[in-house]
Design a protein. Structure first.
Length: 303
């Protein structure tokens, strides 16, 4: 059994920032990696830890959309640094956790893998742990829904992002297809919708309807498939319609849960802005792994 005075439970970006800023161990049952298309503002500079600015200009049907460094890049750097410093003892091996009287028992699919004794715990939310906090049932559960669509015909699209505005298929991200090796110019789509619990059970908001709505919205935007041969009555080349198939759907909650906490547990309700501001100073401390990065150039200067 390992004893800690203070322990962090959670794996979102705020949890890792807090653990790093305070040099605390962090444990979790499911890595909560930021969404693939979540970006920081272009003004955020992380070059002081070796992450050079990654400002991108995404093509849309109007003004280009500027985005900064992907949030997942900082999450990975923090997870790696905490692991190197021995502050992420379970990595991603844990499947469930159970706390009782200041002792946290961690298990994988088959057996117990670790026990931690702690005096205080800072909790950032993890539904895979019992005995730490109980989530209050909200009146209205809202979710962010992700539909991943394979564009099987007509995937060579110039645009990277389309804002539709509806709650159902609100954002449309077009990205280089993971199904094909190399940068062929063929894109697939990720549709983002904001739905409540009832809508998730309604066929009008199902995976099938998400695909239909995407194709309809693309048609309204003037996107067409490849040239099909022949000429229309207006003298234009005939084009096939775009063809697509639904790959899978995932969702995450889009509400802030309320928790009933145990006596020795506090809620990590710090804002990301506060944690990032503190991080910019703490990361230069000589006691951390990130001290090996040169603040001016972002190059590794260890010898």
């Amino acid at each position: 059994m390992i004893t800690y005075n203070k322990l962090v439970i959670g794996s979102n970006l705020r949890a890792l920032l807090y653990a790093y800023n305070n040099n605390l161990p962090v444990v979790f049952a499911k890595p909560e990696r930021p969404f693939r298309f979540d970006y920081f503002e272009p003004t955020l500079d992380l070059s002081f830890i070796g992450i050079e600015p990654q400002i991108r200009e995404l093509q849309t049907f109007s003004e280009p959309k500027l985005v900064g460094t992907p949030r997942a890049v900082l999450w990975e750097a923090l997870a790696f640094s905490l692991s190197i410093d021995g502050l992420c003892p379970l990595s991603n091996l844990c499947h469930s956790m159970r706390a009782n009287d200041g002792i946290l028992v961690c298990s994988n699919e088959y057996s117990k893998i670790a026990e931690f004794k702690f005096d205080e715990c800072v909790f950032f939310g993890d539904n895979s742990v019992t005995g730490i906090a109980v989530e209050k049932e909200p009146k209205n559960k809202k979710y962010i829904c992700y539909d991943w669509i394979a564009i099987n015909r007509g995937g060579k699209i110039a645009q990277d992002y389309i804002h539709m505005g509806d709650e159902f298929v609100h954002h449309m991200w077009l990205y280089s297809s993971d199904r094909i090796d190399g940068n062929t110019g063929v894109k697939d789509a990720c549709l983002i919708s904001y739905l409540n619990e009832q809508q998730l059970l309604d066929f009008d908001y199902s995976e099938t309807m998400a695909r239909f709505k995407m194709l309809s919205d693309m048609d309204k935007c003037g996107l067409k498939g490849p040239v099909g041969g022949g000429i229309t009555t207006t003298g234009k080349l005939k084009r096939y319609k775009i063809r697509a198939s639904h790959m899978y759907r995932s969702k995450q909650r889009n509400y802030t849960p309320e928790w009933l906490l145990s006596d020795n547990v506090t809620l990590g309700d710090f804002t990301e802005e506060e944690l990032l501001e503190e991080f910019s100073y703490v990361s230069q401390d000589n006691t951390t792994f990130l001290r090996f990065y040169n603040a001016s150039s972002g190059n590794n200067t260890s010898s």
